[in-house]
Design a protein around this ligand. Structure first.
Ligand code: SF4
Length: 368
C-alpha cells in the first residue's frame, strides 16, 4: 500500500469517517515492517476514547453441559451425549458453583447442544442462580443456543428471550459468530446457524433491550477479506441497534481440534497478527463500539498486557473454571484472581477499573 494511502486511511477515524471493508482488509494484509503507524493510530484512538483506563470483570464460567451434537471442526470441548464423560448440571449444582466465588459480578453460562437438556432445564438453572445471587448478572447462551432451544421448545426467538428474562437472564454471549462469512462457516462449522440468522437473533435481543457481546474466531482458514466482512457485519448491526457492549477477538487454539489436524495448523497464530487485528478492529469500529477486549486465556497474561498498546481497553474476566480453551490445549491457566488482574494492568502503566458486564464502572474493593 502506498504511504499516502495508509496515511489517508489512518486519519479517517479521527475525522469521524468510517474505514471501508477493502481498507480494513488492506491493513490486515500489511507486512510487519509497515504496521507501526497502524498500531500507533489504534493506540491514539483508544486513548481518545478510553484514556488510560483498562477494565476487567470479576466473573466465573459455568458450563452447564459438555455434551453436544454439533460438528464444529475447531472445537475440542464437546463430547458425544452418550459419552461416559458427558454431564448436565442440576440447578442446585449450578448455584453451588456460582457461590464458590464470593463477590463475583457476573456468571457466564454456556453449554453444548445436548438433546437431553430442555429449555425448561436451562430456565430452572438461571432462575435458581438468580434467586440465590440476585445481584450477579447472568451472561449466557450464544445465538446458536438460542436457536437450538427455541426450535426444540417450538417457540419464536422473541418468546424464548421473554422466558429467559423472566428467569433472571441478563445478556447474550456474542459467541458462535466464528467468522460471519457463510463460505468459511461451511468449512469450520457447517451445522451452525448461517450469518444472516446469527445477525437476526442478536438483533432481536437488542430490540428487546438485551445487550450482547461480539466475537471473532480467527487464525485458521480465513483470509483478511473474510475478517473485514465480519467486522463490517458487526459494525452495521451496531450502527443499527447500539446493543453490542464489546468486541472480543479470539485466536484459534488448534492443538486438539479436528480443524488443526485436517489443515495442518499446529500452532496458534503469532501474537503480532493478533495485535494487528486488535489495532484494525479499534480503527474500524472507532467510536461506534468503544470496548475492545484481549484474551489472557488464549494469549497468556504477558501478551494480553502487551496488547494494551494496540487499542485494547479491557482485560476480560477472571473466568474461574475456563474449560473451553483448556480442552483445546490452551496453556495459560483457568483463572486469575482480581488482585492479579489489577496488578497486571498497573504494571503496564494503565489504570485498572473493575466493571460489570454492561461496562458500568464499579468502585467495589478488589479482593487479592
Ligand atoms: S463449538 Fe459449541 S456447538 Fe460447536 S461442537 Fe463445540 S460445543 Fe458444540
Amino acid at each position: 500500500m502506498p504511504p499516502m494511502d495508509l496515511d489517508r486511511i489512518l486519519k479517517k477515524p479521527f475525522a469521524g469517517d468510517l474505514l471501508c471493508e477493502e481498507e480494513a482488509a488492506a491493513l490486515l494484509a500489511l507486512p510487519p515492517g509497515l504496521r507501526a503507524p497502524v498500531h500507533a493510530a489504534a493506540d491514539r484512538l483508544n486513548h481518545d476514547i478510553n484514556g488510560r483506563r483498562v477494565s476487567w470483570v470479576f466473573n466465573r464460567n459455568i458450563n452447564f453441559t459438555n455434551a453436544c451434537t454439533g460438528t464444529c471442526a475447531f472445537c475440542a470441548y464437546r463430547v458425544a451425549p452418550e459419552d461416559e464423560g458427558a454431564y448436565v448440571l442440576t440447578p442446585r449444582q449450578a448455584v453451588e458453583l456460582a457461590r464458590r466465588t464470593p463477590g463475583i459480578d457476573e456468571v457466564c453460562m454456556v453449554g453444548g447442544l445436548n438433546p437431553a437438556v430442555t429449555l425448561d432445564h436451562v430456565l430452572a438453572i438461571f432462575a435458581a442462580v438468580h434467586g440465590a445471587l440476585p445481584h450477579v448478572h447472568i451472561h449466557a447462551l450464544s445465538p446458536m443456543e438460542i436457536e437450538w432451544y427455541s426450535q426444540r421448545a417450538g417457540l419464536a426467538v422473541r418468546e424464548t428471550f421473554a422466558k429467559l428474562l423472566e428467569a433472571g437472564y441478563g445478556s447474550l454471549c456474542g459467541t458462535a459468530a466464528e467468522i460471519l462469512v457463510d463460505e468459511v462457516r461451511q468449512e469450520i462449522c457447517p451445522s451452525k446457524l448461517p450469518t444472516a440468522r446469527w445477525v437476526e437473533i442478536v438483533r432481536t435481543a437488542h430490540d428487546m433491550g438485551i445487550r450482547s457481546t461480539s466475537t471473532i474466531l480467527f487464525g485458521h482458514v480465513e483470509r483478511p477479506e473474510h475478517i473485514a466482512v465480519h467486522l463490517r457485519v458487526l459494525r452495521d448491526l451496531q450502527a443499527r441497534t447500539g446493543g453490542i457492549t464489546e468486541f472480543i477477538p479470539l485466536p484459534f487454539v488448534p492443538y486438539r481440534t479436528p480443524l488443526g489436524k485436517a489443515r495442518g495448523i499446529r500452532e496458534m497464530v503469532r501474537k503480532e497478527k493478533v495485535f494487528l487485528l486488535y489495532a484494525v478492529s479499534r480503527l474500524f469500529f472507532a467510536r461506534l463500539l468503544p470496548n475492545l477486549q484481549t484474551s489472557w486465556v488464549k494469549l497468556g497474561l504477558d501478551a494480553a498486557v502487551e496488547s494494551f498498546r494496540y487499542g485494547v481497553n479491557d482485560l476480560g474476566g477472571t473466568l474461574l473454571e475456563e474449560n473451553i480453551t483448556r480442552t483445546a490445549g490452551g496453556r495459560h491457566g483457568q483463572a486469575l484472581a482480581p488482585g492479579e488482574m489489577a496488578a497486571a494492568i498497573r504494571r503496564a502503566g494503565r489504570t485498572p477499573v473493575r466493571r460489570d458486564t454492561l461496562y458500568h464502572y464499579l468502585d467495589a474493593p478488589v479482593q487479592a
